[in-house]
Design a protein around this ligand. Sequence first.
Ligand code: NDP
Ligand code: N5H
Length: 257
Amino acid sequence: MSLSLQGKTYVVMGVANKRSIAWGIARSLHNAGAKLIFTYAGERLEKSVKDLASSLEGEESLVLPCDVTNDEDIEKCFAAIKEEVGVIHGLAHCIAFANKEELVGDYMNTTREGFLLSQNISSYSLTAVCKVAKDLMTEGGSIISMTYLGGERVVANYNVMGVAKASLEASVKYLANDLGKHGIRVNAISAGPIRTLSAKGVSDFNSILKEIEERAPLRRNTTQEEVGDTAVFLASDMSRGITGENIHVDSGYHILG
Ligand code: NDP
Ligand code: N5H
């Protein structure tokens, strides 16, 4: 058993730019020897994802569109992956969305439409993707999704996204139970706050980061690299006994009352 991912292929979903957690995961998987395939949502991201993918040394990665709200898109994307590589050994799902107006103030004001939108993109998409990816994971493997502490407890302003993450975390357990018999493990990484495009516009983000620096057991903030290296562990056989788990990569902040 080793941490090497040589000879393994992983799909990384959700790179928007170089700050994306998905990009941190991609770099770590690449450094461990994995072959990568990238998916992106909007056309506007095609160039930036292609440029990033081609910056990985010695790697010529496939880059494909996949809007996870669209079943046909998911099917087409994984059919293209099957055609190109045949077998995959896992994927990293790093996708979430909620309406900006609903990430502030009282949770109670969430609209039905906003609630369903965030559940659709941030939670159901993992289930939809697992169903299709399973057929390509004939050698077993590891599926990883990203979550945040606000899915377990109330965190100011996380609101509708907290409810979506609670649903995502429950899905991880049910999916782990379904897929275990096929040798496929499903786990989540609960990351501490990281400044990414999604976090842009969060008005008090600096004070959130400052509180972690002052109070978290490790007295520092989480980096994309720390999340990426945990993803390598979860992707590799070194974590072969772990499934349905939520690993906190947050400087230990979640243990505080
Ligand atoms: P990014 O903004 O870099 O990534 C979010 C990604 O979600 C984008 O690539 C975006 O693509 C994608 N996305 C949104 N809608 C869709 C869709 N319909 N189909 C496919 N992709 C879509 O932010 P992060 O790296 O921060 O977020 C990655 C994950 O990490 C999320 O699940 C987030 O909740 C989680 N997380 C983030 C933390 C943080 O502090 N940053 C902390 C803990 C968890 P596009 O722009 O094309 O729509
Ligand atoms: C407690 C907090 C701070 C408040 C809540 C922030 C929630 C962020 C998550 C979602 C995913 C952000 C989001 O959907 C933003 C969009 O409305 C607007 N942005 C975009 O459309 C950009 C262009 C694209 C790339 O973004 C997406 N997502 O598609 C939580 C923070 C301390 C931690 C955090 C930021 C958690 C998290 O889940 O991301």
